[in-house]
Design a protein around this ligand. Sequence first.
Ligand SMILES: *Cc1c(COP(=O)(O)O)cnc(C)c1O
Length: 378
Amino acid sequence: MKLNTPASEPSPAAGGILTIDLGALVANWKALASRAASAECAAAVKGDGYGIGLEQAVKSLSEAGCRTFFVALPDEGVRARAVTESARIFVLGGFMPDTGTTLREHNLIPVLNSTEEIEDWQAIARRAGTRLEAAIHVDTGMNRLGLREVEANALVADPKRMEDIEPVLIMSHLACGSDPAHSLNERQRSAFERVRPLFPGCPGSLANSAGIFLGSGYHHDLVRPGIALYGGAALDSHLNDNPMCSVVEAKARVLQVRTVPAGEGIGYGSAETAKRDSRIAITAVGYADGYHRRAGSSDARSGAAGIFNGARLPLIGRVSMDLTAFDVTDCPEPGPKRGDWITILGGAAGLTEVAVAAETIDYELLTGLGRRYERVYR
Ligand SMILES: *Cc1c(COP(=O)(O)O)cnc(C)c1O
């Protein structure tokens, strides 16, 4: 993995090049921080920094002033800690007693999601003879992780149960934030307002990326954006009009350009038939690179598209493991030739557009970006 390689220098050995614009990542973090100016702006870097590289994301964002990070797993926390000595790192994903040592050794703060987790962390703190920091996650209507409101009430009714725990964040998570009109948003917000006073003086956090766009009533003391940092759509309306900068660009190398006579099928399953005499560019990226098979095209449905010199090239036929075909028949001269690179993600082949073509969401497309790409950071 190379840091600071000029983006214009493709490796001749790779079938695909992933260019990750860390400047755009930082610009997105600053834009979100100013949108939620009354709150601290943290960063979710789980899932290998949403696929762009956890270490690179943590390093750039902490240099830009981000002081709090959220990861899903203790292992991700250890990786983040190797990059920043001083930032707070919260581990979201369910605390297990056997990860207590790892958390403490690397100064990671667990998000406690149930009364059992609280009991276990409390036991570790008591054995250590010290108060240990934790975030308390209260479920306000998502029914995934977090204490139910009645459990939170019962917890604080018995101060002994939290005697050795220093709550440093009380948090909850929105289930439907991407849809500002969804009634659950307001119900979750008011449930969160009810539980916050149970932990007096403790900072509160409800907003993910979507929550930041729902307005200041959702910002509280700390916001936890993920997807919007990486250029993805936080709100459903961002599908067509995304205010964030694009962070990820992927290019696929052209292995050959060939002619297909009208009536012949292309690729596995002969799923798509050439409707006319066609010119097809075969590129060296496929689903093994996280370019989803569902983005493929057939006689029944159209798929994603690539871009070459500004021209849109419809994907034609199925996506194979290592190969994807694009129809270059209508591409203005000079069209792509062997050795050229077709943009398959980024620019006019926007993240969300490709995700929609693949019947998935930006999150899955990003976190699924393969390891085979030559990765270039700038
Ligand atoms: C992933 C996650 C976030 C970030 O969510 P985005 O929708 O990517 O902004 C925030 N909080 C929690 C609890 C999460 O799991």
